[in-house]
Unconditional design. Structure first.
Length: 242
């Protein structure tokens, strides 16, 4: 495997090293226990600082993909390799995992000018057009969530994609955009007239409001997602280990 990164790329160097290490992890020789190249060796081959290499290694150690021991080197952890994107799921994947069949009741696509909040998140000029997707989804006999997604122009969606497919799977296969990081904000709110009408609940009824900020492997923003869930139809659980 060629040890090479693009020093002129907009993707941070540590993110490129992380991608390189993820490719090494997939190789059978390393999965079988071979020690990965050391930080000093990698830094020299890539013409970067050792601290940059260490930053990438630490991230993969934190994810449980690598094991690092003093005076012994760094090895692939003895477990199936998974990418960071597999640690969180799209809505379709979440529901499939729970055995819940999902129906798309509505799907609307439009181009809209980015407001101040979107422009700040995407780091683009206010007013630049972005693709907006609205979907009403739920069980076959009952819609229980309304999604509003905005996509960074960098993703190069044209609106003709098959959005009935799992979103992140489609982005990766058709646009080579890999969703690698998701940050979420969850709060309780009251349904307004519009959301109440979509979810068939009274205005003022409680809903779970979920914001999801999705980034690619270079930690660049790719999606700004808003989700409104019927409070009595969806349970959000968090499991933590120590």
């Amino acid at each position: 495997m060629e040890f090479k990164i693009d020093h002129k790329s907009a993707v941070p160097l540590h993110a490129q090293v992380e991608d390189l290490l993820r490719e090494l992890i997939k190789k059978e020789e390393y999965r079988d226990g071979k020690i990965l190249p050391g930080e000093v060796e990698l830094a020299k081959k890539l013409a970067i600082s050792r601290s940059t290499v260490r930053q990438a290694v630490k991230k993969l150690v934190f994810e449980g993909l690598l094991i690092r021991k003093k005076r012994m080197g760094t090895k692939v952890a003895p477990q199936p390799v998974s990418s960071k994107s597999n640690n969180w799921l799209s809505f379709s994947q979440e529901m499939k995992l729970r055995g819940i069949p999902i129906k798309n009741f509505e799907l609307h696509l439009s181009w809209v000018p980015a407001d101040e909040e979107l422009a700040k998140f995407f780091e683009i000029k206010k007013g630049r057009e972005v693709l907006k997707m609205e979907r009403l989804r739920g069980r076959p006999n009952e819609p229980f969530v309304y999604f509003i997604s905005f996509f960074h122009p960098r993703v190069e969606l044209n609106g003709n994609e098959d959005f009935t497919r799992p979103l992140y799977e489609m982005l990766e296969k058709e646009h080579s955009v890999i969703a690698s990081l998701s940050k979420e904000e969850i709060s309780a709110t009251a349904a307004g007239e519009f959301i109440g009408g979509k979810l068939k609940i009274e205005e003022g009824s409680p809903v779970l409001f979920r914001k999801r900020f999705v980034f690619d492997q270079g930690e660049r923003p790719i999606e700004y997602n808003l989700g409104y869930y019927k409070a009595d139809s969806f349970l959000y659980t968090v499991e933590s280990t120590r």
